[in-house]
Design a protein around this ligand. Structure first.
Ligand code: KG4
Ligand code: ZN
Length: 337
């Protein structure tokens, strides 16, 4: 069975074909970074218009690369939420139209379910059940994953997501958009520990996070003094260490609480090298294995959507598309079944 996957929830247009027999056949992503860079963040209307321009050529390219005709596709999966309403509607309308034209099932997929399952596409995949840390631009959540559609929320951010904190702090420091990769790159040349940034909610005794205070702490430091280049790198390293320390401590607590020995990291911040190093070390110490998606599948892509669609088809857990291009910009993952 071959599933065409379409992702358009934010600033990446992603398309892929996943075959349940032979695996990922082809995938392509068009990023809108250049389009939004001059505005310092994603402009929703520009995002929607660009998805319209890119999606059909990208579908053609992926079909070509997979050596496949539209007639060889058995289902069309698309991101139905959460995300930007206009951007989601582009993917939803193309997917629903393709499915209707070819009498195929259209599979509306939760974007975070895509991220959550994406490590299962790698050469060394985890098996259910596992604990997952979802760290993206919009979400920071710890989940217990029992199987497809079995997602128990263990804790989440009470304010900014980890990626959002990276992006906002990078903007404050004049690093531009997208902030996460730029800030972590600057942190590479810095030494953490000089600025003593707080570790918010580290000892709160639960699995909640709070990251909005960190950018305020950075802002306060920046208004108090003029930072040299070395100061800026050290501050970036301190900020990164503060976020990572909290993410790692709560991840260890979540693994212990669930009594499981597999831990999955998904979402854009999962590309962060320092986070990976610290989680790997925690896994070695604590006797649990840590799984990541392939590097190129950490950020938004169509492969994770095609894959989630295929798993849902295989397990019979399919919520049919409405055919009416309905999307859910806000949609709690734990409400899935
Ligand atoms: O999962 P994703 O591509 O999109 C959402 O669903 O949000 O995640 C994007 C987020 C952005 O906030 C970006 O700054 C962050 O992931 N990010 C990183 C790194 N690469 C991407 N944050 C820290 N370090 C990185 N290397
Ligand atoms: Zn995402």
């Amino acid at each position: 069975m071959r599933v065409l996957g379409i992702e358009s929830s934010c600033d990446e247009t992603g398309v892929a074909i996943y075959d349940t027999e032979t695996g990922l056949r082809a995938h392509a992503v068009h990023t809108q970074i250049d389009l939004h860079a001059e505005y310092g963040g994603v402009v929703p209307e520009l995002a929607s218009r660009d998805h319209i321009r890119r999606l059909v050529p990208l579908i053609r390219k992926v079909l070509r690369e997979a050596g496949c005709e539209l007639a060889g596709i058995d289902a069309v999966a698309y991101t139905a939420g959460p995300g930007l309403a206009g951007a989601l509607l582009v993917g939803a309308s193309v997917a629903e139209a393709l499915a209707a034209a070819r009498s195929l099932p259209a599979l509306p997929i939760h974007h975070l379910e895509g991220h959550l399952l994406s490590p299962m596409l790698s050469a060394d995949p985890p098996r259910f059940p596992f604990v997952a840390l979802l760290v993206s631009g919009g979400h920071t959540q710890l989940m217990r994953v029992g199987g497809v559609g079995d997602y128990q929320l263990l804790g989440e951010s009470l304010d900014d997501a980890a990626g959002e904190a990276f992006d906002k702090t990078a903007k404050l420091m004049g690093l531009g958009y997208p902030g996460g990769p730029k800030l972590s790159q600057l942190a590479e040349s810095g030494k953490p520990g000089r600025f003593k940034l707080p570790r918010p909610m580290l000892n709160s005794g639960d699995l909640s996070f709070s990251f909005s205070g960190l950018k305020t702490a950075v802002l306060t430091l920046m208004t108090e003094r003029t930072l040299s280049e070395t100061d800026r790198s050290d501050l970036a390293a301190d900020f990164q260490a503060a976020v990572v320390d909290v993410l790692v401590a709560k991840s260890i607590a979540a693994v212990a609480k669930c009594g499981l020995d597999q831990f999955v990291v998904a979402g854009g911040v999962g590309a962060n090298r320092h986070l990976r190093d610290q989680l790997n070390a925690a896994g070695t110490r604590g006797g649990f294995s840590v799984f990541y998606p392939e590097f190129e599948l950490c950020t938004d892509n169509g492969a994770m959507i095609a894959f989630a669609g295929a798993l849902r088809l295989q397990s019979g857990k399919v919520t049919p598309g409405s055919g009416a291009f309905a999307v859910s910009p806000r949609w709690p993952l734990a409400s899935l079944s």
